[in-house]
Design a protein around this ligand. Structure first.
Ligand code: G1P
Length: 293
């Protein structure tokens, strides 16, 4: 019997230097896509996949991330007194999405090190990992697709996406044998290969992992950038116990990159009935203006 996936680790301890000065006092995970913080999309995705506990890996100066998922009685009262019941309910729903725990990563020693901070809170059960920089718009939430794959194969799962070969140095890259259209048995994994990538299948920030991965995280030495890399621990997991990659269905935005973040804002705004028409008209205008120049 494969255990149910009830917990999700969300590493959110980064400095967000690519978004300075915005991130001088606001955690990058709270920057909005349209009007909703990226982190809220992530927690909602986990909740939609049946996950009950979200373990947030935080850092100094980022406590407002936890506040975002608490109740806000004063704000709620003000909204109610103005008759804005739906708005009040939407606000309250944020704190009911999942049970949130947070733990600090004291030093920025890498993604693998960040995930390892959650070992005791996760305990002896499979868990999901979602990286906030990867925002995925999909009919079935990407993490739910991976949970389904985990239940089917009984093995740890990483999300995979094809990327142009020149972009492979930016990602963890995996290679192996395809088991069906979307599922690959992983035989090799390399973090940010600077040359000779084993494939053009990039690991995107969604994982479902067995608790044994914590042992491998304790075992690996610092890798790329002198950091403890999750990919290096997953390479050990693949070799010793098996790991699959799943080519998820959905559109992924790199919200950790300025251009990717802007694209995510435009794409999500175009899905909003109240914004779509106005935005489309304006986009057509500025594109025509730019073309005329
Ligand atoms: C991290 C992982 C990398 C993965 C990427 C996905 O890298 O280390 O394996 O491909 O996320 O977004 P980062 O983008 O944090 O440097």
């Amino acid at each position: 019997m494969v255990k149910r996936v009830r917990k999700c680790v969300v590493p959110a301890a980064g400095l967000g230097t690519r978004f300075l000065p915005a991130t001088k006092s606001v955690p990058k995970e709270l920057l909005p896509i349209v009007d909703t913080p990226t982190l809220q999309y992530i927690v909602a995705e986990a909740a939609h996949a049946g996950i009950e506990d979200v373990i947030l890996i935080t850092a100094r100066g980022k406590t407002s991330m936890v506040d975002h998922f608490d109740l806000s009685p004063e704000l709620e009262e003000t909204l109610l007194s103005r008759g804005k019941v739906a708005e009040r309910d939407a606000l309250r729903a944020i704190s009911n999405m999942a049970r949130l725990a947070s733990i600090r990563q004291h030093e920025p020693l890498g993604l693998g090190h960040a995930v390892l901070q959650a070992a005791n809170l996760v305990g002896d059960e499979p868990f999901a990992v979602i990286l906030g920089d990867d925002v995925i718009d999909a009919e079935t939430p990407a993490i739910a697709q991976l949970v389904e794959c985990y239940q089917r194969t009984g093995m740890g799962v990483v999300a995979l996406m094809e990327v142009p070969v020149e972009e492979t140095p930016m990602y963890g890259i995996a290679a192996g044998t395809m088991l069906d259209d979307r599922t690959m048995r992983i035989e090799r994994m390399v973090e940010k290969p600077q040359s000779d990538p084993p494939s053009n299948l990039a690991v995107i920030g969604r994982y479902v992992l067995p608790p044994r991965v914590f042992d491998y995280l304790r075992e690996v030495q610092p890798g790329v950038g002198g950091e403890i890399q999750l990919t290096d621990a997953l390479a050990l997991l693949a070799e010793r116990e098996g790991l699959v990659g799943y080519r998820f269905e959905g559109k992924r935005y790199d919200a950790g990159d300025r251009l990717g973040y802007l694209k995510a804002n435009v794409a999500f705004a175009l899905k909003r009935p109240d914004l779509r028409q106005g935005l489309l008209e304006w986009l057509r205008e500025i594109v025509a203006e730019a073309d005329a120049r």
